[in-house]
Design a protein around this ligand. Sequence first.
Ligand code: 2HG
Ligand code: ZN
Length: 465
Amino acid sequence: MDVVTTLRGACPNLEVCVEPSTLASHGQDWTRFRTAAPAGVAFPASTGQVCELVSAAARNGIPLVPSGGRTGLSGGAVAARGEIVVSFDRMQEVMGFDPIDRTVTVEAGVVTATVQELARQNGLYYPVSFASEGSSQIGGNIATNAGGIRVLKYGLTRDRVVGLKVVTGSGQLLELNRGLIKNASGYDLRHLFIGSEGTLGLVVEATLKLVEPPLASRVLLLGIGSMDALMKVFDSLRSALELSAFEFFTDRALHHVCQANQLPNPFETRCPLYVVAEFDCPDGRVEETAMKCFEHCSSRGWVLDGVISQSDRDIERLWRYREGISESISHFPPYKNDLSVRVSVVPEFLRRMDSLVNEICPEFEIVWYGHIGDGNLHMNILKPASMTMSEFETRSHDISDKSYALTRDVGGSISAEHGIGLLKQPWLGMSRSVAEIEFMQKIKESFDPAGIFNPGKLLPLIETR
Ligand code: 2HG
Ligand code: ZN
C-alpha cells in the first residue's frame, strides 16, 4: 500500500493533499538545488492530529518532512524522496498573551511578523527579525534557531523560547519548561529541540518571551575602505552606542541590490565595503555621541562617507540596501554559504576565503554580506550565465571541500543560522567532531527511534525502508 493510503487509513480526519501544485510548493524551500518529490502533504489542524499522524508514521516507517514558511536556505524542508510533508499552515492560532510574564504562546504555524505585531500591539517587542519574517513560521524559526539582524543586542530565537510543546517520534507530546525563567530540574530538553532542524520531533506550540521596545532608534549607512577599518568602526560604535545591529556588505552586493530595486547609489564615490548600523537613540544626547563617533571614524580615514537616518522612512530606506541583497541575487542562483567565525578572526578569514575561491574558480563572482557584528558571514557564489546547474553544483562542491576546511581551521562553523539541512550535510564533520556526531545520533535515536523525522537532514541518511 502506498504511504498516502496508509496514512489516510490510519488518520481518517487528517487532510492529506496529493495535488501536484501543492506537492511542488510544499515539498520545497528557498533552496534551488533539489526537485520537490513528496508523496503527499499533510495539514494537521491540531496537536492531537500531529500526535496521531506521527504515531501512524512511526508504525509504518513513513518519513516526515516538517515544513513551516519554507523560507529555509539549506534544504531542511525539501522533500525529494517520496516523504510526507507536514505543513503547519492550519495550525496558526495565537493561544494567548500574558502581560505579567510578557510572553505570547502560539501554534507552530504562526508567522514571525504576526508575533512581532502582537508584541507591538501590547506595547512590547519581539526582536527576532530577518528579511523573510513576513512568511517564515515560528516552528521553522525554532527548528533552525533563526538569528537575523538583531542578534547583537537581543540574541537568537533560542533566547526567546521559554516554553515548547513537541511531538516526539512515538507520537508522544512533551511540554518543555512551561514558560519558567528559572528551572534547575535537570537537562533542559527544550534547547535540544531548538536548532534540531526537525530531526528530533515536531514543534507544535511555543511560548516566547517579549522584551521592552527600544524608545527610538537611528540607522547609519557607512562607506568603508577596508576590513581592518570596518573592525575599528565596529569597536568605536559599540563602545559609544547601544548597537542593535551591525551589518556589512561589499560593493558587489551594493551593485546587485541597487540594480534589482532601482536604488540610487548611497554616496557619490563607490566604497569597497558598507555598513548598516542601528542603535538605540532615545534623546539628542545620544545623537550627539553618534555624530562625534562618526567624526572620529571619518577623521581616522576608517569611514569614507556616511549618512544617518532622520525619520522612520529613512530607517526603512537605508535598511533596504542590506535587506534586499539576498533576493536581488536569487535568480542567478547563488551557492549559499552561511559561515561564522569569532569576530576577531573576521578580517583574516575573509581575506583567505576570497583568495581561496578566486584561486579555484576565478570566473565566479563572490557576493559577501551578513551579520558581521556576530561573526556571521553570508558568502554567496553566483552561477555564471553560461554554466549549467550541474556543473555549477559540482564546482561549488569543490569549493565547499576547501572553504569549509578553512572555516574549520580558523575554529568557525559551516552554518551560523541557516542550518545544515540537506545541502551542507556532507560537510557536518567540518564543524562537529566524530564524537559529537555520535552523541547527536544517539540523541536522535532516543527521540526518534523509527528514524522518521527529516531523514538525511543534518545527520547522515540511515535507510529505514
Ligand atoms: C540574510 O541575512 C539572510 O540576508 C539570507 O540570512 C542570507 O542570502 C543569504 O545568503
Ligand atoms: Zn542572515
